[in-house]
Ligand binder design. Structure first.
Ligand SMILES: Cc1cc2nc3c(=O)[nH]c(=O)nc-3n(C[C@H](O)[C@H](O)[C@H](O)COP(=O)(O)OP(=O)(O)OC[C@H]3O[C@@H](n4cnc5c(N)ncnc54)[C@H](O)[C@@H]3O)c2cc1C
Length: 574
């Protein structure tokens, strides 16, 4: 007999989006439960985040401000974007009441970014995510919200076309169980499926795969973001997040540099150089100006990437700034970095890392997916990926889920679905044959494949090869996938095996979407279609599960009903 827990709202995932959803549902007087892979608030990528609001004043961001984030932003629904921006000043006040520090000027307004200060919300660059997540964690505990850790949702349950909860595996107890809910909020984060990724290890695209398998529409899967200047060494799946050029221009504002005599305003903390020590940034900027295809401001990043996949670019730190000691105080990766590099003498070799993903489960401005009763928030949703988006998603989904819950009776379960999922999950608790593979070995093969064939500059032929190779992995390697032991409790390999299946699904969706969009629209870049084609491609790629062809989605190319580009073009955008 499978154990059934019951709640009004089930939240899956405990990053910023999941915790904020749960807090908001609880505050509206509704029963809520969180299940999370790994530990509450400590799993997922929110804790790793810079948590800054970009170069904007969080009390007053406009849609026009965010236009520079990449040309793909123009495809997003402007109702959603506007709603997110309207929420920014509201959540700023709320976070402040919870104890989060925003630097304010003498007139009481939030101190703006450049040139006055570094990021408005930052005690230390890059460590802010930890502090914000600590606060969300204690707010969750303070309310006594129910949560179950080390628990992976394995499928979403439907009854009469409505989402009525999820099945889950608690891999510490070795227990498969069901959580029945009137509304389910999916908050499982971005898919981290590349060899090098800024994502945490729990983020294997489970939410997207589960929603897809139960018939939800998936959008924007071709838009993968990248960090271009993390460190190449030490060799690690999660390179030291370095990304200095993006903050060197803005982090050390006037106020900071004024403290250090002899360092002129505008001094760069570091420059990108080639192996002879020549400053390539200037050259790249010049080159960028001549390439009309890449007219997005992210062009320098993209061209740097052309050099950077296999190395060849280096970071040189400004010696005068190093001597001030300001980096040691303000740059969270300074100490790990100096364990490996002598910054006064050495150049730091740079590498690229897959970062957040703009694709995911399709939502409307109420965070409803195309499956009634199922909401998607944060990185798992198919919208622009930021912390602000997560917090907006949490508050919005909570509001509308609470409304539904008040009108919805306790749902019935479809037991045939539960039994089928139990059988599927248990089928992965099997020993590895002598010529077989562990789940992590297969995960590594998938990550390597994505790195080699689905890197930032793509070609149609490599993408097609990637599809063929994924099918080979699925047909030849997965049947030989097994565990070192079939003990049920504490068997992480069991969860890893389920992740393999989700990763294959998500990678396929990324490839199909990328093959479908026949243009370049940064960060989606395809050599075969080097131009951005606004005439034909101000559209979104929508993917849907075909039960008779699980390896090939139904693909729709849809004009947007309320596109951000109309608003952006009206102000004479690029
Ligand atoms: C290094 C780095 C720097 C960043 N800097 C910034 C920044 O400065 N500003 C900004 O706005 N954004 C930034 N971002 C992006 C931002 O952090 C993310 O968009 C955001 O944190 C995503 O939050 P989330 O709650 O959706 O997902 P996550 O925080 O990743 O949480 C996902 C949760 O889902 C759980 N989960 C996954 N699968 C399952 C499953 N099957 N069952 C149960 N639970 C599951 C995970 O364990 C985790 O708890 C950064 C990201 C990174 C990695």
């Amino acid at each position: 007999m499978v154990k059934v827990l019951e709640t009004d709202v089930l939240v899956i995932g405990s990053g910023a989006a999941g915790l904020w959803s749960a807090i908001k549902v609880f505050d509206s007087g509704i029963d809520v439960m969180i299940i999370t892979k790994g530990m509450l608030s400590r799993s997922g990528c929110s804790r790793l985040s810079g948590f800054h609001w970009g170069p904007y004043n969080p009390e007053n961001i406009s849609l026009a401000d965010i236009d520079h984030l990449g040309t793909h932003i123009r495809l997003f629904n402007s109702k959603i974007l506007r709603s997110i921006l309207e929420y920014s000043p509201v959540v700023v006040r709320e976070l402040e009441r919870l104890g989060i520090y925003w630097r304010r000027r003498s007139d009481g307004k939030i101190a703006e970014h450049k040139p006055d200060i570094p990021y408005p919300l930052a005690w230390k660059a890059g460590e802010t995510g930890q502090r914000v997540m600590d606060i969300l964690y204690s707010e969750t505990l303070r309310r006594g919200i129910n949560f179950i850790e080390d628990t992976m949702a394995t499928s979403l349950l439907l009854s009469n076309g409505r989402c009525v909860g999820a099945t889950a595996l608690n891999y510490m107890r070795g227990e498969f169980f069901v959580i029945k809910a009137k509304a389910t909020i999916l908050a499982t984060g971005h898919p981290g499926v590349y060899r090098y990724s800024t994502q945490s290890r729990e983020n294997t695209g489970d939410g997207i795969a589960m929603a897809y398998r139960c018939g939800a529409e998936i959008v924007n899967m071709e838009f993968q973001h990248w960090h271009h200047s993390d460190t190449q060494y030490p060799e690690s799946a999660r390179r030291l997040v370095h990304n200095v050029p993006s903050w060197s221009e803005c982090f050390f504002g006037k106020e900071f540099l004024a403290k250090f005599k002899g360092i002129p305003e505008g001094t760069e903390v570091c420059t990108i150089v080639d192996k002879e020590g020549r400053d390539v940034m200037k050259e790249l900027k010049k080159l960028a100006a001549t390439v009309d295809t890449f007219h997005s401001p992210s062009v320098q990043q993209i061209i740097a990437l052309l050099y950077g996949k296999r190395g060849g670019l280096f970071m040189r730190y400004n010696q005068a700034i190093l001597k001030t000691g300001v980096l040691a105080d303000s740059f969270y990766n300074y100490r790990p970095l100096t364990n490996f590099y002598h910054l006064e003498k050495e150049l730091v070799p740079l590498g690229t890392t897959a970062h957040t993903h703009a694709g995911g489960v399709r939502i409307n401005e109420r965070c409803e997916t195309t499956i009634p009763g199922l909401y998607a928030v944060g990185g798992v949703a198919g919208i622009y990926p930021t912390v602000l988006t997560c917090l907006w998603g949490g508050a919005t989904a909570a509001k509308y889920a609470a409304e539904i819950v008040r009108k919805t009776p306790s749902p019935e379960l479809d037991w045939s679905q539960v039994e089928a999922e139990k059988e599927r999950v248990e089928s992965f608790l099997r020993l590895k044959p002598s010529d077989g593979f562990t789940p992590l070995q297969i995960q590594r093969k998938i990550r390597d494949l994505m790195w080699d064939k689905m890197w930032i500059i793509k070609t149609v032929s490599e993408m097609k090869e990637a599809l063929v190779e994924l099918s080979r992995i699925e047909k030849e390697l997965v049947p030989k996938m097994g565990l070192e032991t079939t003990v049920k409790s504490g068997n992480f390999g069991w969860a890893h095996a389920l992740e393999v299946i989700n990763m294959i699904t998500v990678c396929r969706l990324m490839i199909w979407a990328s093959l479908t969009r026949k243009e370049t629209r940064p960060p989606h870049i395809v050599k075969d279609y080097p131009r951005q084609d606004d005439e034909n491609w101000l559209k979104i790629v929508v993917l849907k599960y075909k039960p008779d062809r699980p390896d090939e989605p139904e693909i729709k190319i849809e004009p947007l009903s309320d596109p951000a580009y109309l608003y952006l073009s009206s102000r004479g955008g690029h």
